[in-house]
Design a protein around this ligand. Structure first.
Ligand code: HEM
Length: 165
């Protein structure tokens, strides 16, 4: 039975399975690296979306980055919170705003925690955007700063096609 999405109406445009058509990781410390990624946003009736992202090497199929968590809207506002755990050994809370008219979410990290044996350099700030370019095309951009590179700098750029509702 399909869920009633009334309690996540303003972010319901994210629900579904998305597969990247282009995706590149870059940073001053590395050569730009193309990757593939699948994003899944689901709604199980609660006033939030659950999400799960996983990236892999397009040549070898080797699993790379993974993130999973929750996206919530503060009721009656356009304020959003994005909470996630990453296989790098970090957990983070990003908060920001939702532009419902343009189907866009802008986020900035307000808390990053990491396991004691996470490798350096550490991420010190993340700024992330999701934007619906068309009904079935989603864009994600991620900027970060690290303990080595203090300026917020592009790390990820990806465009996805919706492959499943
Ligand atoms: C918000 C999510 C992410 C965070 C916080 C993050 C963080 C980092 C950090 C701190 C580094 C080290 C940078 C340096 O050495 O100067 C790094 C490197 C790298 N990241 Fe990410 N990353 C994220 C997502 C991804 C994704 C989705 C991919 C896609 C495969 C990716 C691919 C890479 C690659 C290829 C490197 C360089 C090689 C390496 O050090 O492993 N990252 N990332």
């Amino acid at each position: 039975m399909a869920n009633n999405t009334d309690n996540v109406k303003s972010i319901a445009w994210l629900i579904g399975k998305w597969e990247s058509t282009e995706a590149t990781a870059s940073f001053p410390s590395m050569q730009p690296m193309p990757y593939k990624e699948e994003l899944v946003f689901t709604h199980v009736g609660q006033p939030m979306l659950n999400f799960s992202f996983h990236a892999w090497n397009p040549q070898t199929g080797k699993p790379l980055h993974k993130e999973s968590g929750f996206l919530r809207v503060k009721p009656g506002t356009n304020e959003v919170a994005f909470m996630c755990a990453q296989n790098l050994g970090i957990v983070e809370i990003e908060e920001g705003s939702l532009n419902e008219e343009h189907s866009q979410v802008d986020l900035e990290s307000r808390a990053i925690g990491r396991m004691s044996f996470a490798t350096e350099p550490h991420t010190t700030k993340i700024s992330r955007k999701f934007k619906l370019l068309k009904g079935d095309t989603l864009e994600q951009t991620v900027f970060m700063s690290t303990t080595k590179h203090h300026e917020l700098t592009p790390h990820l750029y990806a465009v996805y096609k919706k492959i499943n509702e």
